[in-house]
Each structure stands twice: as structure tokens, then as C-alpha cells.
Design a protein around this ligand. Structure first.
Ligand code: SPV
Ligand code: MG
Length: 672
């Protein structure tokens, strides 16, 4: 691609302004001249081969181009009789320099904004800048358009015409045809007309699309009045602001390209999505919001970085009123559609515009994301994340997993809400009940620790989310310390041990079976031993209080809670098997009166009507869904078995089974 800039004219209509320099060297504000602005924009667009036609100001123009110090290859074609000819003759003289290339043709007195050039360059065929939104000019160029094609260009056409500017992208074949027509004109002595007169004789052989610039700045400067008007418009263009939002913690070339393009539209503010918002819609961020903000502060083209607290842009857009929001076009049809629609309706309030660029789905960027995810699976990173999630979100949810496949379900299930938000579980709960049930054994600490660790391992291998381990009673303190060390090493974030002793039975039996609560001091010592044994700061030991289950009363529960916190417990789990959540509410309220920091954990299997929002408001930090996957899965299996037994074949049960393809989707062959 070569740019052809026509600068042979004398600029006589500019009066005094062009007495000392050519028109293209007229200042247009911000330290720019028409020429310097054109050259810089072309250069930024990657057009570095240029042909400039000159006339009587040949030397001055050559020097002005050189003084820009740009990395361009520029040849000059001087029209020695520019005062007696029009630019048709200059183009004719430049014909050899332009052979065999696509040409971006523009007059040397055109001032345009970046978007105009960008749009023209994106035209796959040949194109001319027109405006479907501006009134037809009395004296300047108009283009007659039929069926998406330019038929004539000239000042005399008003019918079926649009305002047009002498700025074209001309593909090689079309340029050749136009040049041949120009040559015939010159050979016949037609040197004073427009080059477009020649073009109009061959429009049946060239296909030039009208490229609509709407109301964007794209003006020729012919008179001092034009100059004044354009300088004002340019000032407005230069003041424009852009907003974009990023959630990424891995910056790659496509992000930088997008920011580069946005920076050409105006002053860029980048919104960095909060940790909480990223964690709930995507994955846990490798870098904190502050670290990601710092990273973007150092990116060329970014002038301001702010936090965006939610997936919705509302708060920041309302505060900033940007002229543009820039985004990849991928969000048009994915789950972010409602967010996009909200952005559009907000922008409409102040006449802003959404600019979308094609989304780059380069497999190498996918691989980077894969690497980021696998980082999250490493023991140190996974272990530390539960504490961070609690402090970041206030309330964390965990769903039970008892195998690799249930782990994957907890890992990958995301629901998208109507407002464009998303919701997923934060962590996994390795329930003693479900782990035992999966092995066909009762929940009485019969499945030994080695087997329980094996289950954890299966889950660790295919997931990244933090793990909360149901440690039952923790066993003897002498054994518990080994459990702590192993769990820590594996990357488990928290073990919960319950203050029971002897043969443990599942809490949901309550007082229907004999269960003995441990002595406060004995259990506190177990916690202390565990805390002494742990090697990392992040690992958490949570004390689970069974007083309400065993009907020992609220006072007993509270006394234990305080003793266990004193002993070093990092969190307290309070349990109940009542449907009514009141006793849990009462405990939380009383506990929070004296302790506002120790995380509180609940397992609302029986008292299941309370929403996560309400738990959070009441001061609970971890909600564990302890057995729902197991209870969903096994009845379905039983039903399949019965259906086949009844029908003596498998066809009847096929309708309610998951298609094999879905299983393959859930369990990828490649590790990710
Ligand atoms: C488990 O899931 O194994 C638990 C919670 O310990 S509960 O079954 O409610 O006791
Ligand atoms: Mg249990």
C-alpha cells in the first residue's frame, strides 16, 4: 500500500495564510500542521510508503516531511506547471511511482480524525470517503451512489448523491483503470479538470464503494473559514475520552493492540474488574486488583486506571461519561450480552458510542490462559486462596465433591444471570458422609485417612478450586498432626474437625444415636497440636461445634466457640439439624457480639431456606452445600437400574441420561 498525497496546489483561496508556506503546512492547532497530522496518522496506520506531489513549494514540502523524523519512505513528484494544471496532471506525473500497488489517495489539505482513516483502510475493495449524514455541499465534491457503488464524482451532481471527500482507497486494478483514463485525458490536453472527470468515464470498469464517515471529522481546508471551523472540530476530537474494562491478569499482544486502537480515539481510562467480580465470573485472579491496576498504569496509551467493582459498567460510565467505550466484538452474543446492552443504553444518554473491534481468538492466548489456570492448581496457590476469597468476598460457597467427576462439576458449573452477572462455587467440600457413601460405607470414620486422601488426590488432579476437608473428629491428637501436615502438603485450605469423641456418627442423626461430645479442654488441645504442626500461614483449622446437634444449649456452644478460638482455631463451624434456622441465627448474633473477625461456617442442609445474601448479612463467611451432588446422583442411578430391569433393555432409560458427548465435554482429553 502506498499513500499518494496531492500537494501541488497553490492554495490561493487561503489568502495571506499561504503567502509564506504551502497550504499543507498551515497550522491546525496542537502544534500540528495539516501535513504533519496526515503523515503521523498514516504512519500509525502502518502506511509508510508515500508519494507526495509538489509544485512551486517543492523544497519547503520536502524539508517539512524530513523534519518530522518519521520512519517512512517518501518520494516526491514535482509538477513544474502546477500553476497551469490541476492535480490530474500531478497524478499523471506520479503514475510510475504508483504502478503495481494499492493506493491511498488523499488531498494534501484534508484534515481527518483517526477513525476516518481506519475505516477507509478496513474497506476490503476500493472505497471513497462520503458522508450520508451531512448536507450536500454547494461547491464541493459529491458522489452519486447507485446500488452501493459510486457512479460519478464531481461538484455538479445533486441527485442520488452524498457529500464526498477526496480520500480514497484504490485497489491496484481500479487504480490502473483510473490512471489509464487520466493518461488519455492528458494526451488530449485535458490538464485543468479534476482527475475525477477521468474517473467518471470508467466507472463501469471500477467498483468504488462509498465509505460512510457520518459526522466524523474529514474536511478539506480551502478557505480561512474552513480552517477556523476545522480547528474547532479538531479540538473537540482531541478531547474525546475512551473507557475500556479489563479482567485479565495476563497481558498479551491482543490487549495491547486493542488499547493502541482505543488510544487513537481519545484519552483512555481503563477500568480494572475487582477481584470479587473476576472470581465470580471467570476464575480466581492470579494478580490482585491493585497489582492488575499497576500493570495497566504502565501500558502506553492508558492515561487513567480505575477499579470497576462489578461486571456492570454502570457506576464507572455514569461517573466518567466517556465518548467511547471500546470492547472486542465477542460480547455481542455471549453471556455478556445484557452488559453490552446496558452499556449501549447508558452511552445513549450522553451521545457516547460503543466501538467494537474483532475479537482475537489466537490459540496461543488460550494457552496462556491455560497456564494461568494450571498455576491455580499448584498446592501453595490453591491452599492460600480460601483465606483470600473470604476476605475478598465476605461470603464463600463450597459444594461437596467426592470424586474427580464431581470435582469437575463444582469446578466448571457457572450460571449466567439475566443482568449479565455470573455465579459459581468458590470451593469444594470433601464430605465424610459423601466420601463414605461413594464407597458404600457408613459415615463412622470407617474410611481411613489414606483412602480419604486418595479421594482428595483424584479431585486435585482435575480441578483448581480450594478444598475444605471434613476431618470428622480429627482422631487422636497424635494422629491429627499428621493429617494436618498431609493436607497442607496437598494444597488443602481448611480442615474442619468436630468436637465429638468415640464412635462418631453423622450429625444429622442428632440424639437418635449415641454420640459423645468431647471435653472442651481435650478438644482445644487437639486444635493447639494441629496449629503447632502446620507449616504454612494459610492453612486453616476450623472447629465444629456439635452442642446444638446434641441439644446441649446455646451457652455451651458459645463457650466452646470462644475456647476453641482461644486455642487457635481459624474458623468456627456451627451446626444444627433443625429446619428452622433460628438457633443458628441466634448463635451467629451472639458470637459476633464478641468476635467480629473469626470466620463462621454453616452447613445449611436442614435449614436450607436461607439465601447466601442473608447469611452474609448476618455475618456468616462460608456456606457449605454438604451433600447435594451425592443426593442428586444416586437416585438417578437407581432409577436407571430399575428402568433397565423393568424393560430388559436400555432404550427406555436413554431419554433421561446424559448424552455421551456431554460427558466428553465435561471430561476433556487434554489437561487444562
Ligand atoms: C458431612 O458432609 O459429612 C458433614 C456434614 O459432616 S453433615 O452431614 O451435615 O454432618
Ligand atoms: Mg462429616
Amino acid at each position: 500500500m502506498k499513500a499518494l498525497i496531492l500537494n501541488s496546489g497553490t492554495g490561493s483561496r487561503m489568502g495571506d495564510i499561504t503567502r509564506t508556506h504551502p497550504k499543507c503546512m498551515t497550522e491546525i492547532g496542537g502544534g500540528e500542521t495539516i501535513l504533519s497530522r496526515q503523515l503521523h496518522l498514516l504512519c500509525e496506520a502502518g502506511v509508510r510508503d508515500m508519494v507526495i506531489t509538489t509544485g512551486s513549494w517543492d523544497e519547503a514540502i520536502r524539508k517539512a516531511v524530513k523534519d518530522q523524523g518519521l520512519d517512512i519512505r517518501c518520494s516526491f513528484v514535482c509538477n513544474p506547471i502546477a500553476d497551469r494544471t490541476n492535480y490530474i496532471y500531478s497524478m499523471y506525473l506520479a503514475r510510475e511511482s504508483l504502478a503495481d500497488d494499492d493506493v491511498l489517495l488523499l488531498h494534501g489539505d484534508l484534515v481527518f480524525e483517526w477513525r476516518a482513516l481506519e475505516k477507509l483502510l478496513q474497506e476490503p475493495g476500493s472505497g471513497m470517503a462520503v458522508s450520508m449524514d451531512l448536507p450536500l455541499p454547494e461547491k464541493d465534491f459529491k458522489a452519486v451512489i447507485h446500488d452501493g457503488k459510486i457512479e460519478k464524482v464531481g461538484i455538479e451532481f445533486f441527485e442520488d448523491a452524498a457529500a464526498a471527500q477526496p480520500m480514497y482507497i484504490l485497489r491496484k486494478a481500479d487504480m490502473t483503470v483510473w490512471m489509464q483514463a487520466i493518461s488519455s485525458f492528458i494526451e488530449q490536453g485535458e490538464v485543468r479538470c479534476y482527475a475525477e472527470n477521468a474517473l467518471n468515464t470508467v466507472t463501469d470498469k471500477v467498483f468504488i464503494h462509498p465509505v460512510n464517515m457520518g459526522k466524523w471529522l474529514c474536511n478539506e481546508i480551502d478557505t480561512p473559514q474552513d480552517l477556523e471551523k476545522t480547528a474547532l472540530l479538531l479540538e473537540q476530537v482531541e478531547k474525546k475520552t475512551v473507557y475500556m474494562c479489563f479482567s485479565t491478569d495476563v497481558l498479551h499482544a491482543a490487549h495491547l493492540r486493542l488499547i493502541g486502537r482505543a488510544a487513537k480515539l481519545g484519552h483512555v481510562t481503563v477500568g480494572i474488574l475487582s477481584d470479587e467480580a473476576v472470581a465470580s465470573y471467570k476464575r480466581f485472579p492470579l494478580l490482585t486488583c491493585e497489582e492488575r491496576m499497576e500493570m495497566f498504569r504502565n501500558v502506553t496509551g492508558v492515561e487513567q486506571v480505575v477499579e470497576q467493582k462489578t461486571l456492570s459498567y454502570r457506576e464507572n460510565l455514569t461517573a466518567l461519561h466517556p465518548d467511547f467505550v471500546v470492547h472486542g466484538d465477542n460480547w455481542k452474543n455471549d453471556f455478556q450480552k445484557p452488559i453490552r446492552e446496558e452499556v449501549l443504553s447508558l452511552l445513549e444518554q450522553w451521545g457516547g458510542e460503543l466501538v467494537e473491534y474483532p475479537y482475537t481468538s489466537d490459540p496461543r492466548f488460550g494457552a496462556l490462559e491455560g497456564r494461568a489456570r494450571s498455576e491455580l492448581a499448584l498446592p501453595d496457590s490453591r491452599r492460600a486462596r480460601l483465606r483470600r476469597l473470604i476476605s475478598m468476598k465476605g461470603l464463600v460457597t463450597a459444594m461437596e465433591a467426592h470424586s474427580g467427576i464431581t470435582g469437575l462439576i463444582v469446578e466448571k458449573t457457572v450460571v449466567h444471570e439475566d443482568n449479565g452477572g455470573a455465579h459459581q462455587f468458590d470451593a469444594m467440600w470433601i464430605s465424610s458422609l459423601c466420601d463414605s457413601t461413594a464407597k458404600g460405607k457408613p459415615d463412622i470414620e470407617l474410611v481411613d485417612m489414606s483412602s480419604r486422601f486418595r479421594t482428595i488426590d483424584d479431585i486435585l488432579e482435575v480441578t483448581t478450586k480450594p478444598i475444605i476437608f471434613d476431618g470428622d473428629t480429627g482422631g487422636l491428637p497424635e494422629h491429627f498432626v499428621y493429617t494436618v501436615r498431609t493436607l497442607e502438603r496437598m494444597g488443602v485450605s481448611m480442615v474442619i474437625i468436630e468436637d465429638k469423641t468415640g464412635l462418631k456418627k453423622n450429625s444429622l442423626f442428632g440424639t437418635e444415636v449415641t454420640q459423645t461430645q468431647d471435653d472442651i479442654e481435650h478438644f482445644a488441645e487437639k486444635i493447639r497440636a494441629g496449629k503447632r504442626a502446620q507449616k504454612t500461614r494459610d492453612f486453616m483449622i476450623c472447629a465444629r461445634i456439635e452442642s446444638l446437634i446434641l441439644e446441649k444449649g446455646m451457652q455451651d456452644a458459645l463457650e466452646r466457640a470462644s475456647a476453641f478460638v482461644q486455642a487457635g482455631a481459624d474458623a468456627i463451624m456451627i451446626h444444627s439439624r433443625k429446619k428452622d434456622p433460628q438457633e443458628i441465627f441466634d448463635f451467629v448474633e451472639a458470637f459476633r457480639k464478641t468476635d467480629s473477625v473469626t470466620p463462621l461456617v454453616v452447613v445449611p442442609s436442614s435449614f436450607n431456606t436461607v439465601t447466601e445474601d442473608e447469611w452474609k448479612k448476618r455475618g456468616v463467611n462460608v456456606v457449605i452445600y454438604a451433600n447435594q451432588l451425592t443426593r442428586a446422583g444416586f437416585p438417578a442411578m437407581q432409577k436407571a437400574a430399575e428402568t433397565i430391569l423393568h424393560a430388559h433393555r436400555a432404550k427406555e432409560c436413554d431419554d433421561f441420561l446424559m448424552p455421551i458427548k456431554e460427558i466428553i465435554r465435561l471430561v476433556p482429553e487434554d489437561i487444562d
